[in-house]
Design a binder for this molecule. Structure first.
Ligand SMILES: *[C@@H]1O[C@H](CO)[C@@H](O)[C@H](O)[C@H]1NC(C)=O
Ligand SMILES: *[C@@H]1O[C@H](CO)[C@@H](O)[C@H](O)[C@H]1NC(C)=O
Ligand SMILES: *[C@@H]1O[C@H](CO)[C@@H](O)[C@H](O)[C@H]1NC(C)=O
Length: 277
């Protein structure tokens, strides 16, 4: 990359100036040519809000493989939950660990959730998407929030408590997409990727993080954007533009570390556990 600034003294003073300037603005992504991407907790909350209050209630009787997919989803969510303390309890009681789970309709789920929400309040406090807002460059609302949740899952699953076996999160995501994502083209694309790079071959948590990243980038190829951009992560590519997976992994782990999440769009950061190393 061409250096933006030539003399080091100029660079320092301009850097300081930009930092001060950025501090003045609440929304400032660009510092010294490097784009700082952030994960917004509001996006995760709003995405789960939509899934639980709009997508599930719309389902007719859920049984068989669809029910199993929902069961897996909630079991993963209980261990890798970005909601606040009340949200932990809400999820735990909304989907009790009954094996095998009993068939139910979306309406039944919805009624149970509603009654639990009288007790566990202030969980879905994000009114709008922030990073996934339709006016931001990565737009796309709900799908964007789902990708965010899934990356969060793979990275959190690599923390030393290792909540789930490697590959488990990916299977959960794939079954979720198959049964709960209303987009036949997306499902068939996802299926092609799962066939080409079988999830059974994912044996480590790092491989799980990278598997999802590669899959997401294959979807992104349709729009010709690859993540992370050179501005977001200058070290993530070799000179010939091929990926440096070790650097991508480092980048994803720091981007999806809860300690680095933004609380923009939420009225408080209280009540959230920050799981970290
Ligand atoms: C609700 O379900 C119907 C039929 O399955 C579907 O066409 C519609 O898009 C769904 N609506 C939402 C909001 O998911
Ligand atoms: C997008 O819209 C929201 C409210 O609808 C606003 O708060 C936010 O600042 C906007 N973001 C950008 C990048 O314009
Ligand atoms: C948060 O992000 C910074 C860089 O943006 C990184 O140095 C740090 O390691 C990240 N925090 C965690 C817990 O990964």
């Amino acid at each position: 990359m061409k250096p933006l600034l030539k003399s080091p003294t100029k660079a320092t003073s301009l850097g300081l100036w930009m930092l001060l300037f950025c501090a003045q603005l609440l929304f400032c992504n660009v510092a010294l040519g490097q784009v700082k991407k952030q994960v917004f907790r509001a996006d995760l909350i709003k995405g789960l809000d939509t899934f639980m209050h709009t997508v599930i209630p719309n389902a007719t009787l859920m049984e068989g493989d669809k029910l199993m997919a929902l069961d897996e989803f909630f079991r993963a969510l209980k261990k890798l939950n970005p909601l606040n303390n009340n949200g932990d309890l809400l999820v735990r009681y909304a989907w009790p660990p009954v094996l095998p789970p009993k068939p139910l309709t979306g309406k039944q789920f919805s009624e149970k959730l509603k009654s639990l929400e009288l007790k566990y309040q202030e969980v879905f406090t994000a009114k709008d998407y922030v990073g996934c807002a339709s006016n931001s460059s990565s737009s796309r609302g709900y799908p964007c929030a789902l990708w965010t949740l899934f990356h969060y899952w793979t990275v959190q699953n690599g923390l030393p408590s290792y909540p789930l076996f490697p590959g488990n999160v990916l299977r959960t995501i794939w079954n979720f997409v198959k049964y709960f994502y209303d987009c036949p083209d997306c499902v068939s694309n996802f299926e092609k990727m799962v066939k080409r790079r079988p999830i059974e071959l994912v044996k480590t948590h790092d491989a799980e993080i990278l598997w999802l990243w590669e899959t997401h980038n294959e979807f992104n190829k349709l729009t010709a954007t690859q993540f992370p951009s050179a501005n977001m992560c200058p070290t993530c590519r070799n000179k010939d533009q091929s990926w440096r997976n070790d650097e991508v992994l480092k980048y994803l782990k720091s981007l999806y570390a809860e300690a680095n999440f933004s609380f923009d769009g939420l009225s408080t950061s209280k009540g959230y556990k920050i799981k970290s190393l």
